[in-house]
Structures are given as structure tokens and as C-alpha cells.
Design a protein around this ligand. Structure first.
Ligand code: PLP
Length: 409
């Protein structure tokens, strides 16, 4: 990084500090991950210099021949990763998950039509129609919740769908630790004449590896961010059934976006090549194994987990009556352990969450396995329940991180 060092020393300093922070921190934020050196290289490639508007073969700028080939390759590889046939088309240009969801609503709904999605405090995402998000200003959002045991209640969704006749039903969440029954969602959507959007942002890597059931047979549109379990760059991609592809195509560009970010499309393509390797499947299996061990250990230490455990990469601890969630997040951060405070059912507002969300994609990318998960659970217990000094535990955390470097020198 000599060039950055010479031109912008302050930026260089910040990058060095961030490298150290990442290397010395146990990252349990379930939506984060570490991309490979190959994905990092692609992110910094010269494709960042190219203005690309429109679609391969129909661009608004000259000089797009290689950008076109790249975009076509990206879509092909994305389809291979999820084993899709000619009934599916891919839109590789969305800049990130929220604009991708927005484009889907814009393409499929008239203003004021209804979106049925999971309530934010029950695990849904902001862009699924939360009251402060643009998706609830142009369209009308109604929500389903999880039951008292923390599981999706499909009968309730069916009842709401029959009553409210939404135009789109969203399956998929930002904080749901269990298998999602996409088949049931698809059946409900069909019965009420709604589109079924599966937002698999969190679990896309698990689906690609065949560890979580796939939504494709039962959905009209599938959206995923590419930076979570998929371990690609910060971005998103949309898969659409061919009959309605044009609606989504027009909604992304020219409807919402201008030029796509070709260096990120480049990095997504590299990530898809990686996702097609056998090691990726092993990695995803280990994510789930690690999450299960972490969950079991936390239960042994007396923590109350939503739904009693996990089937995927994430865990939600209900801290109500135990410790304030913001305080818990802060105490863990002081020990270099990152887990984010998160709403759980029963919370009055997402601004006062009483839960803690943990995930294993990032620590698994470092090569950590079951034994390390046991250690992490013990540290969480010692900090949050035994009130041991975070600073003391921090040294142990850093020692462990040093044994599992993110980027080998
Ligand atoms: C289920 C789900 N959808 C959409 C998004 C939005 O993605 P982005 O932050 O890239 O806009 C997220 C991000 O956390 C998510 O979890």
C-alpha cells in the first residue's frame, strides 16, 4: 500500500488500524465475513475505472466489451452456484441488499399495494417495510411474527395473507435462527395470488452448499446480499423467474440505479467461482456445526436462546432480566468480542433491544472449530454473568486470534 501511504498517510494509518482491529477481534456479527485475497484483489481491480450503464450489448458508453463479458460471466456463475435452469434470470447489478429489495417492490408493485413480511423486532429487515424505511412510504407493509417459542407460525401467515391479500410475501429474515419453510411460503403466496420474494441474504451460502433448503422451486424472486455467508464483496444479486424478469430489469436500471459498480461485479464473480469449489461446502457445514456448539454451550451456561437453539449460522440470546443488551455488547467489545444487540419478540422498540445476535461465518472463515466455540461461550459467560473483567479476557481473545490469522502473511 505504498501508494496510499505516500498520497494519503492518514488513510493508510486508518487501514493499518483496521487490519489490526480485524485481526485481533473475535467477530461474531452474523452478517459480516472476511473475503478471500482473490475477492479483495478483484474489488481493487481496474474495472473500477469503467462507466457501465445499461446491459451487455446495449450500453450507454463505449468501451464496454470486457465489462459485458464480465457481467455475463457473473450471471452464469451465480446460476451455477444455485443450480438454476433456464427458467431463472439473474440481475447482477444491484448495489446492495436494500436497493435490490426496493427495485423488486418497484418492479412488481403499484404504489400502495401490500407487502407482507416479518416484523422487524421478530427478525425481519428494515427494507421489508419497516415504518422509517422508504418501502413503507410507497407501499403498505403488514407483518407476521414468530410464536412464543420463537418459530415462524405459518398458519398465522396464511390467515393474514387471506385477510389482507398482499401483492408480495417475503420469506427470509435478518435474525431468524431456524430453517425457513419456503415451500409453505410459496403455497400461501400462490393461494392469495401474491409474488413470493425469498430474501436469503443471511443464509445464501448455506443454500448454495445444500445445507439449508433452497427457495428457488417455490419463489418468484430470490434476492441475496453477497457479503454475508456467501463471503463475497459488499453487494447483492437478484434471481427472477424469466416471465417477470423484464419488470425487475427495468426497475434496477433505469428505474433506481445508474452505472453499476463493475469492480464489485468482478469481485462477486470471483466469489461465485469460490462458492463452486468443494471447500466452500465444507466451510458452510463448519459454520453450522460451530453455531450449534456455540448455542449448546451457551445453553449449558444458562443463557436463554430464542427458539432454544439454531439450525443455521446465527444465535439470538434473550437477555431480558439478565443484563442490558447495550451494556452486554459494550462489555464484550471491551474484550474484543463483537456481537450486536438485537431486538427480540416482546421488545417495544428496535431502539431498545433486549437481545444479542451472534453468528459463526467470520470466525469459521478464520479456521476456528468446535473447541474454539466452547472457549468463546465460556468467555461470554464469564463476562456477562460472572462479571469478570473484560480487559483480562481481551488478552486471551487476542492470543486466540493470533493463532487464526484472517490473512496469512
Ligand atoms: C435479510 C436482509 N435483507 C436485506 C439486507 C440489506 O442489505 P444491505 O445492508 O446490503 O442494504 C440485509 C442486511 O443486513 C438483510 O439481513
Amino acid at each position: 500500500m505504498e501508494n496510499i501511504k505516500n498520497i494519503a498517510p492518514e488513510v493508510y494509518e486508518l487501514i493499518q488500524k483496521e487490519i489490526k482491529r480485524q485481526e485481533e477481534t473475535l467477530n461474531l456479527i452474523p452478517s459480516e465475513n472476511y473475503v478471500s485475497p482473490a475477492v479483495l484483489e478483484a474489488t481493487a481491480s481496474v474495472f473500477t475505472n469503467k462507466y457501465v450503464e445499461g446491459y451487455p450489448g446495449k450500453r450507454y458508453y463505449p468501451g464496454c466489451q470486457f465489462a459485458d463479458q464480465l457481467e455475463i460471466l457473473c450471471s452464469q456463475k451465480a446460476k451455477e452456484v444455485f443450480n438454476l435452469d433456464e427458467n431463472w434470470k439473474v440481475h447482477p447489478q444491484p448495489l446492495s441488499g436494500s436497493p435490490a429489495n426496493l427495485a423488486i417492490y418497484f418492479g412488481l408493485l403499484e404504489p400502495g399495494e401490500k407487502i407482507l413480511s416479518m416484523e422487524l423486532t421478530h427478525g425481519g429487515h428494515l427494507s421489508h417495510g419497516y415504518k422509517v424505511h422508504i418501502s413503507s412510504k410507497f407501499w403498505s407493509a403488514i407483518h407476521y411474527r414468530v410464536n412464543k417459542n420463537g418459530f415462524i407460525d405459518y398458519d398465522e401467515i396464511e390467515e393474514i395473507a387471506q385477510r389482507e391479500k398482499p401483492k408480495i410475501i417475503i420469506s427470509g429474515a435478518t435474525a431468524y435462527p431456524r430453517i425457513i419453510d419456503f415451500k409453505r411460503f410459496g403455497e400461501i403466496a400462490k393461494r392469495v395470488g401474491a409474488y413470493h420474494l425469498a430474501d436469503v441474504s443471511h443464509i445464501a451460502g448455506l443454500i448454495a452448499a445444500g445445507i439449508h433448503p433452497s427457495p428457488f422451486e417455490y419463489a418468484d424472486v430470490v434476492m441475496t446480499t453477497t457479503h454475508k455467508t456467501l463471503r463475497g464483496p459488499r453487494s447483492a444479486i437478484i434471481f427472477v423467474r424469466k416471465e417477470i424478469y423484464d419488470k425487475i430489469r427495468r426497475a434496477v436500471f433505469p428505474g433506481i440505479q445508474g452505472g453499476s459498480h463493475q469492480h464489485i461485479i468482478c469481485a462477486k464473480t470471483v466469489a461465485f467461482f469460490e462458492a463452486l469449489k468443494p471447500e466452500f461446502k465444507e466451510y458452510q457445514k463448519q459454520i453450522v456445526k460451530n453455531a450449534k456448539v456455540l448455542a449448546d454451550e451457551l445453553i449449558k451456561y444458562g443463557f436463554n436462546l430464542l427458539s432454544g437453539g439454531t439450525d443455521n449460522h446465527l444465535i439470538l440470546i434473550n437477555l431480558r432480566g439478565v443484563i442490558d443488551a447495550s451494556l452486554a455488547e459494550g462489555l464484550l467489545e471491551k474484550a474484543n468480542i463483537l456481537a450486536n444487540r438485537n431486538s427480540v419478540p416482546g421488545d417495544e422498540s428496535p431502539f431498545k433491544p433486549t437481545g444479542l445476535r451472534l453468528g459463526t461465518p467470520a470466525v469459521t472463515s478464520r479456521g476456528m472449530k468446535e473447541n474454539e466455540m466452547k472457549l468463546i461461550a465460556q468467555w461470554i459467560y464469564r463476562i456477562l454473568i460472572k462479571k469478570e473483567d473484560s480487559e483480562e479476557i481481551k488478552y486471551k481473545v487476542i492470543d486466540l486470534c493470533k493463532k487464526f490469522p484472517i490473512y496469512k502473511k
